[in-house]
Ligand binder design. Structure first.
Ligand code: ATP
Length: 288
């Protein structure tokens, strides 16, 4: 096999809480992550000249060692002494720096793809060990589906998948640095924690309305203080019939849950008209 294309799927957080901070500054989290059908495409090609080459449809994405796909490929090429050169074409659909783990999903695809292409027979667990060295979300992206993550995000447990519905994803043009969001969180005097026990219970029961009521993201108040538009997007999603709407990860992407496709389309139409919006679309959850 000299060429292969993989889907690198985005995620949203159905719940995100921070339960503590370690001495080294890492945050202890309690999160529920769910894969979306929205995806990048990562095409891997063998080439005669040695070296790792990255191409992308986004001009501003790094194509050198700063691209996480390059780092994933380098790790595998070095460890398994791969003699071929490798070229990666990354077709980005997932908004960048958006709280949707786009880079981590691309890196996961690179690890999975190289493992298959060179018949290295690494197990999922062995791939995850390597993935964790690239980023905290990479092991999750390797496995995909619905997971409860604890620790610093590395302890993953598969849980009941989200019930089927339409998911409207909205990325404002504004960006928020994950590092700054966490720093600002540490300075908060009053924190509004989501009820993760209730959320997990509702997820176990596959009760979409109960899940919508219980979902929450402790970082939302922080990122909204930096990008107030997040609150406006939530209002538009709710006004158009979303069961609930929430920011994913450290933001600024917001998503809304709908049982009615026409309402989801209306929300997208209204938001797409705004100059401040980079992307608004309808997708669905993806499960294994
Ligand atoms: P998370 O949900 O894990 O916080 P994110 O959506 O906030 O992820 P990414 O889209 O993964 O963030 O990208 C964050 C940074 O990583 C960007 O500044 C981008 O330039 C860099 N980067 C490197 N490689 C990639 C890649 N393949 N795709 C997207 N971003 C990449």
């Amino acid at each position: 096999m000299d060429r292969m294309t993989l889907k690198a799927r985005a995620k949203v957080n159905i719940g995100l809480d921070i339960t503590g901070v370690l001495d080294n500054g890492y945050h202890l989290v309690d999160m529920i992550m769910q894969t979306l059908q929205m995806h990048d495409e990562v095409t891997i090609r063998k080439k005669r000249e040695r070296g790792i080459e990255i191409r992308s449809n986004l001009r501003y994405l790094p194509v050198n060692e700063n691209n996480i796909v390059y780092q994933a490929a380098k790790m595998m090429v070095d460890e398994f002494q791969i003699q071929d050169g490798l070229r990666f074409d990354i077709k980005k659909e997932i908004p960048v720096a958006a709280g949707m783990a786009g880079g981590s999903a691309d890196a996961a695809s690179a690890l999975i793809g190289i493992n298959r292409m060179y018949q290295l027979s690494l197990s999922t667990e062995e791939l995850c060990i390597r993935g964790l060295q690239l980023g905290a979300d990479v092991p999750y992206c390797i496995q995909g589906g619905t997971m409860h993550a604890t620790g610093i995000g590395e302890k993953l447990e598969r849980i009941t998948a989200m019930p089927d519905c339409f998911v409207v994803v909205v990325k404002p043009k504004a960006s928020a640095s994950t590092k700054v969001v966490y720093q600002k969180f540490d300075q908060l005097e009053q924190v509004k924690h989501p009820n993760m026990t209730q959320l997990l219970l509702q997820m176990e029961g596959m009760n979409l309305n109960g899940i919508a009521d219980a979902m929450g993201n402790v970082l939302e108040q922080v990122t909204i203080s930096m990008i107030p538009e997040i609150a406006t997007i939530k209002e538009v999603l709710l006004k158009n019939g979303a069961l609930n709407a929430m920011m994913s990860g450290s933001g600024p992407t917001v998503f809304g849950l709908y049982t009615n496709r026409a309402q989801a389309d209306r929300a997208v139409a209204e938001l797409s008209n705004k100059k401040s919006i980079q992307k608004a679309c309808v997708t669905k959850f993806w499960n294994k």
